[in-house]
Design a protein around this ligand. Structure first.
Ligand SMILES: [Ca+2]
Length: 454
């Protein structure tokens, strides 16, 4: 899915939770209601009425206590709290141009989704090795279906290449990766999923809230109906698995029916993907990267893909493409990427790799998309064997590795069990300081050495 990292994404809206006390709200339509809250008791009753059935309350122009009270009794306390939260969101939504009608329709019958919380909290004990991920991401079936899609949508893809200057193979590869060519678009109510994250998930609260407001705007514009705004537990929607803010920025109506329908129209969905890549500075007719061989004599390699050097620089070091051919544009800048450490395949990744990362900021994802695109084009599999005997560290081991590195002064940026750039950098520095082979790979061997030292 298109990702905005929930932890780092800046929220454009101010925090509003603390100021929206229902009975004190003094502005707009809510005021009519707030004025009724003379005593806490009435406030509670009115709130019950209002929360259960906001549409009734406002469409009738005033509170309807009797029906509301009985319904309020039926609702559990936690449902009520959620409803109160929804109602505190209303003034914010209104400021974003959402009508009361759209808001009511969107939240009609909506309560938090426990599945979403389960998915959000899921932490696998064992990370899937990258070779397993690649094998399922770029399976024979996915290549075959992709090739069939290239034939089926040939004319559309012609037009997309012309209009957006993005290669058809990568468009179709992303389609395959995101929704298996439309088969897995997600069938969760996106409003409910995002409201659940915004309401209940500590890590994704800001993300959920921002995406929820953006999703409400999609409904307000009429691009899709409330019953059809479906997606994943994290709010990724349609063929392209756009989150709402990505949709707002990049979705395209390419079949000219007035709606940007990434849920049902492959033309709109693929154009939206092409548009996103185009805006992410895709370079037409260029590759995303090359599989390369690193000479054994090189002991230390810089594996940070953000530190880019011209291909000619790598060539001077003796790094060559696995097929023996020259780099066609030696001046292009590339980063070195070792998805399984020094003992596995190595890639020099170029500008277009970074464009794919804009879609989903995970190196393995970008590698899978790039490789799938190559396979769809008719190129062969990755040549270098994966080091399948090298087991990735389990979660407990990753935490231990981070703790030990940090204790020795190699900053891993916290101990969360997630191997990010900071941890890889710490491993590199550690390897260097101990005269080990430097590849920044958090292997069992590195962990063993760390344990022996302490
Ligand atoms: Ca359309």
């Amino acid at each position: 899915m298109t990702k905005a990292n929930p932890d780092t994404r800046k929220s454009s809206e101010k925090r509003t939770e603390t100021v929206h006390k229902p009975c004190r709200k003094k502005s707009g339509r809510f005021r009519q209601y707030a004025d009724l809250c003379l005593k806490p008791l009435i406030c509670t009753i009115a709130l019950g009425t209002f929360l259960i059935s906001p549409g009734v309350l406002f469409s009738a122009g005033g509170p309807m206590f009797t029906t509301g009270i009985s319904m309020a009794r039926a609702a559990t306390a936690s449902d009520k709290r959620f409803r109160q939260w929804v109602e505190r969101l209303w003034p914010v939504a209104r400021r974003k141009g959402i009508s009361r009608r759209t808001f009511n329709e969107a939240f009609r019958g909506v309560l938090p989704d426990p599945d979403v919380i389960r998915s959000a909290h899921y932490q696998p004990e064992f990370v899937r090795p990258v070779w397993d991920y690649m094998a399922s991401a770029v399976s024979d079936q996915r290549i075959l279906t992709g090739q069939a899609m290239l034939r089926k949508y040939e004319k559309l893809l012609d037009r997309l290449e012309k209009r957006f200057r993005v290669d058809r193979y990568v468009i179709v590869a992303i389609w395959g990766m995101e929704s298996n060519y439309g088969l897995n678009r997600g069938d969760k109510n996106v409003i409910r999923s995002l409201a659940t994250l915004a309401y209940r998930d500590r890590r994704r609260r800001k993300f959920g809230r921002q995406q929820l407001l953006s999703a409400l705007r999609i409904l307000q514009r009429g691009d899709i109906s409330v019953s059809q705004i479906k997606g994943s537990w994290a709010g990724a929607m349609g063929h392209t698995q756009f989150i709402p803010t990505t949709y707002a920025a990049y979705a395209v109506d390419f079949d000219s029916d007035g709606k940007r329908d990434i849920w049902n129209s492959p033309a709109d969905a693929l154009a939206s993907t092409a548009n996103y890549l185009h805006k992410s500075r895709w370079r037409f007719g260029e590759t995303w990267g090359y599989e390369v061989k690193i000479p054994k004599k090189i002991r230390s390699v810089r594996t940070n893909i953000r530190r880019r050097k011209p291909l000619s620089w790598y060539k001077k070091l003796g790094i060559r493409r696995v097929n023996g051919k020259d780099f066609p544009r030696p001046g292009d800048r590339a980063g070195l990427y070792l998805p399984a450490g020094r003992n596995g395949p190595a890639f020099l990744v170029l500008n277009n790799f970074r464009s794919i990362l804009r879609y989903n900021n995970a190196n393995t994802y970008a590698l899978a998309v790039g490789h799938l695109a190559d396979r769809l084009r008719g190129f062969g599999p990755i040549r270098t064997a994966w080091p399948t005997k090298q087991k990735p560290l389990a979660r407990e081991e990753r935490l231990e590795l981070q703790r030990l590195l940090t204790a020795k002064g190699f900053d891993t940026g916290g101990t969360d069990g997630i191997i990010g750039n900071q941890t890889l950098h710490a491993v590199r520095k550690y390897q260097k300081s101990r005269g080990l082979k430097v590849d920044g790979w958090p292997s069992a061997r590195v962990l063993k050495k760390l344990r022996n030292e302490s």
